[in-house]
Design a protein around this ligand. Structure first.
Ligand SMILES: Cc1ncc(C[n+]2csc(CCOP(=O)(O)OP(=O)(O)O)c2C)c(N)n1
Length: 925
C-alpha cells in the first residue's frame, strides 16, 4: 500500500464492512475505496486468481481474501514504519544493552516484524499478495515480498520518513527506495574511488599519528566513510550544476576533509601542525587548525565544477549551523538563485552535539521560513556513539541522535558506517531529495570512534567493552579492501601499492613543508574580505529633494490599497511634519537611510522579532490591506523606483542564537548589503552570546573574516523592569579591542541616519552595535531637520554649542539620559553646565573628545553621567579609556550605584532613582 488508506486499513472491521458494501454495490463506497478494491481484487469475485507460484507450491486454498491482504499490508507498512529499528546499523553489533543506542525498555515494545504480530498464518508465505506499485515486483508470494521489504528497510540502511505529513513526499521516498530496494548500483570505477578515498584517509590519519604524535587531530578513524560520502556529494553536485556548497563541519575528521575534499595541500596541513598561526597567513591571532575555514573549487574530470567553502567556526559545537545557513542564503540572494538550487548548505554534526545543542532545533526551525530558508540542507551525522566520554544513554533521551530533526517533515536515513556504498547511495538520494523538494535531509552515519576523544585520551577508562570490540574490529578500508579484492575491483597487492604511494606523497610533502618552514602561501578563509580597509571620511548626506522623493514613496498610499486608518494617521502625520516643519523623527530617518541606499543599488536586510512593524509600533515597513480577503502586504520601500535594490525585511522566529548567527553569516557575503539584526529588547541579545563572543567580536582576528553586521539593541532605563532596559552595553564594550567593532549610542534621527549609511559607505567592514531607543522614538525633542540629513556625517561626539564660553561644569553622557539632563537644565536659565554627548563609545573617539574639550575653559574635571547602574553601562570602560587618554582630567561618576539586577522592577523606584541621578549630575561638590 502506498496511499493514505493505510491508516484506515488498520481497522479491519471497518474495511470488511466497506468491502461487503462494495460487493453489493460498487457505488456504495467512495471513489478511492472503489479504485482500491478494483485494483486489489481480480476477477468477477472479490478474489484474485491463484498465482502460478502458489499453485506450484501445492497450496490448494482459495485465492487470498481481502482480509489477508490487509494483514499483509499492515505488515509491509510496518517495515516502512519501524523497519529502521531492525536495520543492521551498528558496525560493532548490538553488543550490550547497556551501551546500546536504543533505550532498552522501549526496545521491548516495538512492533515486531513477524507474521504472528500481524496474525498472518505461516502458510500464507507462498500466497501471492499485492505489494504496491513502487515495489518490484508489485505482486509476489509473501515470502518474496517480505524479503524485498527486509532488504529495503532492514539492511544497512534504515529510513525514518512516516512522520512526514506530506503524502507526495512519502510516495516519492517510497518509490525511490523500493524501486531499488535501497541497494546501490555502483560502478566499478566508483568502487575504486571509494576504496582509494578510504585508503587515503587511513594513510593520512596514520601518518599524522606517526609524525605528529600527541597532537590533537580528532581523528576520523572509525568514520572514514565520511570522505567517500563527501567526495560523491561534491562530484555529483558539480555535475548537476550546483555552483556553491557551503560546508559547516565539526572538529571530527576536519583535517581529513580539508585535504581530501577541500584540496588543501598536505604541505599546508603539515605547516599548520607545526604552528597554528601560519606566518604566510593574513594578519591576525589565528586559531587552532581544526577551526579555520577554507575555500576551494572542485573540478570533475568532465570539467564541471563547484565552489566549496568550509566556514570557520569556534569550538562551540553546532554554533556554526545558522551561520552556514546565512552564508548560503546570502549567496543565493546575491546570485538571484530564487529556487535555491544552485547554492546548497551541508552540515556535519557529531551525535552528542546534534542531540544536545539547542541551536540545532533553532536552526531546523529556520529551514522553512521564507526569510531564512536556504532551500534545504544536507546534514551528515558522524554518529560514533559517544561524545568525549559520554555514552549515548547519558547524552540523550531519544533513540537516535537525529530525533530532533523529526520536528521537520524530512527523511532521516541511518546508514551502517562500515558500508560505504550504502552511504554513497544515500548521499545521492539525499541530494535528489533536496533538489526536488527544497528541504533538509539527514544522513546518520552509524560508526564508532577508534581512539579516545582526541588522540591523547584513554577511552577504555570509561568504555572498556566498547573499546575491546573496537580494538578487534578491522578498519573500514581493510573491510572494504577485502570486498574489492574478492570482487576483482582491486587486488590486495595493488591496494598495498596504492597505500605506499599515498604514504610516500605525504612524506615528501612533510619534508617540503619543513624545508620551507611554513612560508608557503595558504589560501584564504571561507568568507569575507581578508584585508581590512580604513574608514574614509565618507559623505553620508543625501540631497533634500532625493529625501523628499523617498519620503513621498513612504507616505503615499497606492490607489486601491486599503490602509489601516490608524496607520494612515501615523503616515499622514509624518508627511505633514516633514512638509510643514521639515522635521524627521527616528523611524522616518531610518526609512530614509534605507531608501537612500536602496535607490543607490545597495540592498538592505533587516530581521528580528516583530521588526516589520517594529516592537514599539514605530516602523511599519510593511502595510497590510485591511479589506483584502487574503491580506496582501505592501512594502513602500520596495516601490521607490525601477531598478532599485530590494529591501528584505522579516519578522524572525523567537530565537536569538539562530537568527543572529544567520544574520552574521549573511553579513559575511556581500559588503554592499546593509544587514541588520534587531533584538526585541537589547536584554535578549544574551541568548545569542556565543555568536557575539565567538564570532562577532573576534572573527576578524581569528579567521580574517569581516562582517558589517548591525545590531539594534533597544536600550534604556524606562521603568520597564530588569529585563527590558538593558542592551548590555558594558558587555560589548568589554569585548572591544583592536578596532574589532563599533559601539554607538546615537541620540538624534540625523545621527542614526548617517550612522546607518556610514556602515555601508564608509568602507570599514566591522560589526556595528547600536544601543537603539525606545521612548526617544516619540520624544518631541528627538527630531532632526531634513537639512541635517542632507549634509554632514555621523558625529562621534556632540558638542553643546552656546555653552563653550560660559560653562563652569561639563557633563559627558551617552544616549537617552541626555534628554533628561537637558530638561533639567532648561529649568534653570542661568545654568552654566554644558552637556556633551559621546555618540560613539568604541572606537573611543579620543581625538574628537579632545577637540571638543579644548573649546571649554574648564578642563580639570568632567562629570560622566549615566542612567545605568555603576557596574552596567559605559562607565567602567569610558573611565578606563578616558583616564588613559586624558590623564590630567578627573572624570567623576554620577549615576546609579552598583546593582546585581539591571534595573528595578518598580516604576516608582525607577522615577525616583532617575531624578536623583539627574539632580546629582548638576550638584557641585
Ligand atoms: C558547546 C560545546 N560544549 C562543550 C564542548 C566540548 N566538547 C568538545 S567535543 C565534545 C564531544 C562531542 O561529541 P560528538 O558531538 O558526539 O562528536 P565526536 O567528538 O564524538 O565526534 C565536547 C563535549 C564544545 N566543544 N562545545
Amino acid at each position: 500500500m502506498i496511499d493514505g488508506r493505510q491508516e484506515t486499513l488498520d481497522n479491519i472491521d471497518y474495511v470488511e464492512e466497506l468491502y461487503a458494501r462494495w460487493q453489493k454495490d460498487p457505488k456504495g463506497v467512495d471513489g478511492s475505496w472503489r479504485a482500491y478494491f478494483e485494483e486489489t481484487t481480480v476477477g468477477p469475485k472479490p478474489v484474485v486468481e491463484m498465482p502460478s507460484g502458489a499453485a506450484e507450491s501445492g497450496d490448494k486454498r482459495q485465492p487470498f481474501q481481502l482480509l489477508e491482504q490487509s494483514r499483509v499490508d499492515r505488515l509491509l507498512w510496518a517495515y516502512r514504519d519501524v523497519g529502521y529499528l531492525y536495520a543492521r546499523l551498528n558496525p560493532l553489533g548490538d553488543y550490550s544493552p547497556d551501551h546500546s543506542y536504543l533505550p532498552y525498555e522501549d526496545h521491548q515494545e516495538y512492533e515486531r516484524l513477524t507474521l504472528e504480530e500481524f496474525g498472518i498464518p505461516a502458510e500464507d508465505l507462498d500466497l501471492v499478495f499485492f505489494a504496491g506499485r513502487s515495489m518490484q515486483p508489485s505482486t509476489a508470494p509473501l515470502r518474496t515480498l517480505i524479503e524485498a521489504f527486509r532488504t529495503t528497510y532492514c539492511s544497512s540502511i534504515g529510513a525514518e520518513f512516516l512522520h512526514i505529513q506530506n503524502k507526495n513526499i512519502r510516495r516519492w521516498l517510497i518509490n525511490a527506495m523500493e524501486s531499488t530496494h535501497n541497494h546501490p548500483n555502483i560502478t566499478v570505477e566508483q568502487r575504486r574511488t571509494i576504496l582509494d578515498d578510504l585508503m587515503r584517509t587511513e594513510e593520512l590519519e596514520h601518518f599524522l599519528d606517526t609524525f605528529f604524535l600527541g597532537q590533537r587531530r580528532f581523528s576520523l578513524e572509525g568514520s572514514e566513510a565520511l570522505v567517500p560520502a563527501l567526495h560523491f556529494l561534491v562530484d555529483s553536485a558539480a555535475r548537476q550544476g550546483i555552483e556553491d556548497i557551503v560546508l559547516g563541519a565539526t572538529h571530527r575528521g576536519r583535517l581529513s576533509i580539508l585535504t581530501t575534499i577541500l584540496n588543501m595541500s598536505a604541505e599546508e596541513l603539515f605547516s599548520r601542525f607545526d604552528e597554528n598561526f601560519h606566518p604566510g597567513m593574513y594578519g591576525g591571532a589565528g586559531d587552532v587548525k581544526y577551526h579555520i575555514g577554507y575555500d576551494t573549487v572542485h573540478v570533475n574530470d568532465d570539467g564541471s565544477s563547484v565552489r566549496i567553502s568550509l566556514a570557520s567556526n569556534p569550538s562551540h559545537l553546532e554554533s556554526v549551523d545558522p551561520v552556514v545557513q546565512g552564508i548560503a542564503r546570502a549567496r543565493q540572494d546575491k546570485k538571484g538563485d530564487t529556487d535555491r538550487k544552485r547554492v546548497i548548505p551541508v552540515l556535519i554534526h557529531g551525535d552528542a552535539a546534534i542531540s544536545g545543542q539547542g541551536v540545532v532545533a533553532e536552526t531546523f526551525n529556520l529551514s522553512r521560513l521564507s526569510g531564512y530558508s536556504s532551500g534545504g540542507t544536507i546534514h551528515i551525522v558522524i554518529n560514533n556513539q559517544i561524545g568525549f566520554t559520554t555514552p549515548s544513554r547519558s547524552a540523550r533521551s531519544t533513540f537516535f541522535p537525529t530525533d530532533v530533526a523529526k520536528m521537520l517533515p524530512i527523511p532521516i536515513f541511518h546508514v551502517n558506517g562500515d558500508n560505504p556504498e550504502s552511504i554513497v547511495y544515500i548521499v545521492d538520494l539525499a541530494l535528489r531529495f533536496r533538489q526536488t523538494f527544497g528541504r533538509d535531509c539527514i544522513i546518520d552515519v552509524f560508526c564508532y570512534r577508534r581512539h579516545g576523544h582526541n588522540e591523547g585520551d584513554e577511552p577504555a577508562f570509561t568504555h572498556p567493552r566498547m573499546y575491546q570490540l573496537i580494538g578487534a574490529h578491522a578498519s573500514i578500508a581493510t573491510l572494504y579492501g577485502d570486498i574489492c579484492d574478492q570482487q576483482g575491483i582491486m587486488s590486495k597487492q595493488d591496494q598495498q601499492q596504492v597505500r605506499q604511494e599515498h604514504h610516500a606523497r605525504l612524506k615528501a610533502s612533510l619534508d617540503k613543508a619543513r624545508l620551507e618552514n611554513g612560508n608557503g602561501t595558504p589560501r584564504g578563509p571561507a568568507a569575507g574580505n581578508p584585508v581590512p580597509r580604513e574608514e574614509s571620511a565618507v559623505q553620508t548626506g543625501v540631497a533634500e529633494e532625493t529625501l523628499r522623493a523617498i519620503a513621498a514613496g513612504l507616505t503615499t498610499v497606492p490607489a486601491g490599497f486599503h490602509i489601516n486608518p490608524k496607520l494612515l494617521q501615523i503616515v499622514s502625520n509624518k508627511a505633514q511634519t516633514l512638509a510643514e516643519k521639515n522635521l524627521v523623527d527616528w523611524s522616518l530617518a531610518e526609512s530614509l537611510a534605507f531608501g537612500s541606499l536602496l535607490i543607490a543599488g545597495m540592498p538592505v536586510r533587516l530581521s528580528g522579532q516583530d521588526s516589520e512593524r517594529g516592537t514599539f509600533a514605530q516602523r511599519h515597513l510593511t502595510w497590510w490591506d485591511i479589506e483584502s480577503p487574503t491580506p496582501a502586504p505592501y512594502t513602500p520601500l520596495n516601490a521607490l523606483r525601477k531598478g532599485q535594490a530590494p529591501l528584505r525585511v522579516f519578522d524572525s522566529p523567537l530565537s536569538e542564537f539562530s537568527v543572529l548567527g544567520f544574520e552574521y553569516g549573511y553579513s559575511l557575503v556581500d559588503e554592499a548589503t546593509l544587514t541588520i539584526w534587531e533584538a526585541q529588547f537589547g536584554d535578549f541579545a544574551n541568548g545569542a552570546q556565543v555568536v557575539i563572543d565567538n564570532y562577532l567580536c573576534c572573527a576578524e582576528r581569528k579567521w580574517q573574516q569581516n562582517s558589517g553586521l548591525v545590531l539594534l539593541l533597544p536600550h534604556g532605563s524606562e521603568g520597564q523592569g530588569p529585563d527590558h532596559s538593558n542592551g548590555h552595553l558594558e558587555r560589548f564594550l568589554q569585548l572591544c579591542a583592536q578596532d574589532n567593532m563599533k559601539v554607538c549610542n546615537a541620540t538624534t534621527p540625523a545621527q542614526y541616519f548617517h550612522l546607518l549609511r556610514r556602515q555601508v559607505l564608509g568602507g570599514l567592514r566591522k560589526p556595528l552595535v547600536i544601543m537603539s531607543p525606545k521612548s526617544l522614538l516619540r520624544h518631541p525633542l528627538v527630531v532632526s531637520s531634513l537639512s541635517d540629513l542632507a549634509k554632514g556625517n555621523f558625529e562621534e561626539v556632540l558638542d553643546d554649542p552656546g555653552k563653550t564660553e560660559t560653562a563652569a561644569r561639563v557633563l559627558l553622557c551617552s544616549g537617552k539620559i541626555y534628554y533628561d539632563l537637558l530638561a533639567h537644565r532648561d529649568n534653570d536659565a542661568q545654568s552654566d553646565t554644558a552637556i556633551l554627548r559621546l555618540e560613539q563609545l568604541y572606537p573611543f573617539p579620543s581625538k574628537k573628545i579632545k577637540d571638543v574639550l579644548d573649546r571649554y575653559r574648564t578642563k580639570k574635571e568632567i562629570v560622566w553621567v549615566q542612567e545605568e547602574h555603576k557596574n552596567y553601562g559605559a562607565w567602567r570602560n569610558v573611565c578606563d579609556r578616558f583616564t588613559e587618554h586624558f590623564p590630567d582630567v578627573k572624570l567623576l561618576y554620577r549615576g546609579r550605584p552598583e546593582s546585581a539586577s539591571a534595573a528595578t522592577g518598580r516604576l516608582k523606584n525607577h522615577r525616583e532613582e532617575q531624578q536623583r541621578v539627574v539632580e546629582s549630575a548638576f550638584l557641585k561638590e
